[in-house]
Design a binder for this molecule. Structure first.
Ligand SMILES: Nc1nc2c(ncn2[C@@H]2O[C@H](COP(=O)(O)OP(=O)(O)OP(=O)(O)O)[C@@H](O)[C@H]2O)c(=O)[nH]1
Ligand SMILES: [Mg+2]
Length: 209
């Protein structure tokens, strides 16, 4: 049974005091608005509507917690880089989100979801350089890979690997990346095998060929 199946929604936090008491480890999904964070969580959980997927970018403005069957949480974060969010709302959740990323001790690692057609935007790099200060690991999902041809996928991944190795960027020390497609359910096992140890769970055994 894949590790993230049977995840269930537990709570939504819009303020620090609404977060669950620090205890079990959690992994948060960050990324640009509309990148596919909620869809990635749904695909990993094998659930069509666990996390809310919206056609309108910038709608998720709170932090949603999903409890895993064994222990730990997957956390769906609001997207960044969506210009049409009204300024006061933007500032309040950017403040909360920033504090969550920097100070939340239960946060074991970050999954950064990027559209494989345009990964590592300036905002993504900004987030990564900033999150690097925590010393926590990051795994990048290059999602919507179903929209690329096989050769475009390989090129995108190779370019991302080069970016990860750029010495002029102050990226997290533990940083990996993979192709992913929520709609085709591709890359699920690879993502699980990276994230499971962060949560203190045994990585799933790879199925035979
Ligand atoms: N083709 C394809 N479409 C995807 C994939 N993942 C997400 N989408 C689509 O991209 C849009 C945004 O997906 P969401 O999962 O809501 O993105 P999000 O990052 O959670 O967005 P916000 O919460 O607004 O920041 C939706 O229309 C999804 O159906 C994928 O792997 N392939
Ligand atoms: Mg979302």
């Amino acid at each position: 049974m894949p590790l993230f199946h049977h995840a269930r929604y537990v709570l939504t936090a819009a303020r620090w005091d609404q977060l669950p008491a620090d205890g079990q480890p959690e992994v948060a999904f960050a990324g640009r608005s509309n990148a596919g964070k909620s869809s990635a969580i749904n695909a990993l959980a094998n659930h069509t509507r666990l996390a809310f997927v919206s056609k309108t970018p910038g709608r998720t403005q709170q932090i949603n917690f999903f409890a895993l069957r064994e222990s730990g949480f997957l956390v769906d974060l609001p997207g960044y880089g969506f210009a049409k969010v009204p300024q006061p709302i933007k500032e309040s959740w950017e403040g909360f989100l920033g504090r969550y990323l920097m100070e939340r001790s239960a946060l074991a690692g970050l999954v950064v979801v990027m559209d494989s057609r345009h990964p590592f935007t300036a905002l993504d790099v900004q987030l990564l350089e900033w999150f690097a200060l925590t010393g926590k690991p990051v795994h990048v999902l290059l999602t919507k890979a179903d929209k690329l041809t096989q050769s475009e996928r390989q090129r995108a991944l190779a370019q991302v690997e080069m970016t990860i190795n750029r010495p002029d960027l102050h990226l997290p020390e533990t940083l990996s990346a993979q192709l992913f497609s929520a709609s085709r359910k591709q890359g699920l096992e690879q993502a699980e095998s990276v994230v499971a140890p962060w949560l203190g769970l045994a990585a799933p055994q790879n199925k035979g060929p």
